[in-house]
Design a protein around this ligand. Structure first.
Ligand code: PXP
Length: 237
């Protein structure tokens, strides 16, 4: 059964809208865990637009499950991760103007820098995952980087879910996941997943974990966070 990592960035976005302390992303993480989350994902962005450094420290201290720190492959972020020691780092591309992570990492073009920092993080006992598009060449470059995990970008599949293009995008994910398994790489997946589109993704070869944020927090507005996490967890189960 795939693990569920709940991304709590959006709780921090709401908190920061008023500059205060509520809603508290740490409380959200604890509620998510109490309702079946297997891990907590938080993205410390260069511009700190949602999660702040203090949130990462508090998450590391307070959660009982796995902390997945999403971050760009920069010297600043690598040194924060080395001090924090999350269970896992997921390296993502980052652009200041984007609303959310828009595409996968170009591992082929940034192979050297990724190799160097992957080794540094792994030497500190931190697992390294690379967020990539469902592309066989990027899967191979991920293997060459030394990372032992990839997170496949499910956004393009989610965008065409329910249309004629769904099968084609799902097939790309399936092939990329199968290739990763062949190379001995673990497979995570995420971005844009919700209760309607998640089921076909559960069939990805080698799938270990799904990272889901926006749809769970959106459902939580109407049903409460606990029931929203539980609903997704039950679907995955
Ligand atoms: N995985 C990665 C690498 C992401 O950047 C995000 C968005 O922060 C997610 C998963 C979760 O995406 P969503 O919020 O659309 O569920």
């Amino acid at each position: 059964m795939a693990l569920l990592g709940v991304n709590i960035d959006h709780v921090a976005t709401l908190r920061n809208a008023r500059g205060g302390v509520v809603p508290d992303p740490i409380q959200a993480a604890l509620v998510a865990e109490a309702n079946g989350a297997d891990g907590i994902t938080a993205h410390l962005r260069e511009d700190r637009r949602h999660i702040k450094d203090a949130d990462m420290t508090a998450l590391k201290q307070k959660i009982a499950t796995r902390l997945n720190m999403e971050m760009a492959n920069t010297d600043e972020m690598v040194s924060i991760a080395l001090a924090l020691k999350p269970y896992m780092v997921t390296l993502v591309p980052e652009r200041r103007q984007e609303l959310t992570t828009e595409g996968g990492l170009d591992v082929i073009s940034h192979l050297e820098a990724l190799q160097e920092n992957t080794k540094k993080l792994q030497n500190a006992g931190i697992k390294v995952s690379l967020f990539i598009d469902a592309d066989l060449a990027q899967v191979e470059a991920s293997k060459a980087s030394g990372a032992t995990i990839i997170e496949l970008h499910t956004g393009p599949y989610c965008e065409v879910f329910g249309t004629q293009k769904q099968a084609e995008k799902l097939d790309l994910l399936m092939k990329a996941a199968a290739h990763a398994v062949k190379l001995g790489i673990e497979v995570n997946a995420g971005h844009g997943l919700n209760c309607e589109n998640v089921s076909p993704v559960l069939a990805l070869p080698g799938l270990i974990e799904l990272n889901i944020g926006h749809s769970i927090i959106s459902d939580a507005v109407f049903s409460g966070l606990g029931p929203a996490v539980r609903r997704m967890k039950d679907l995955i189960s």
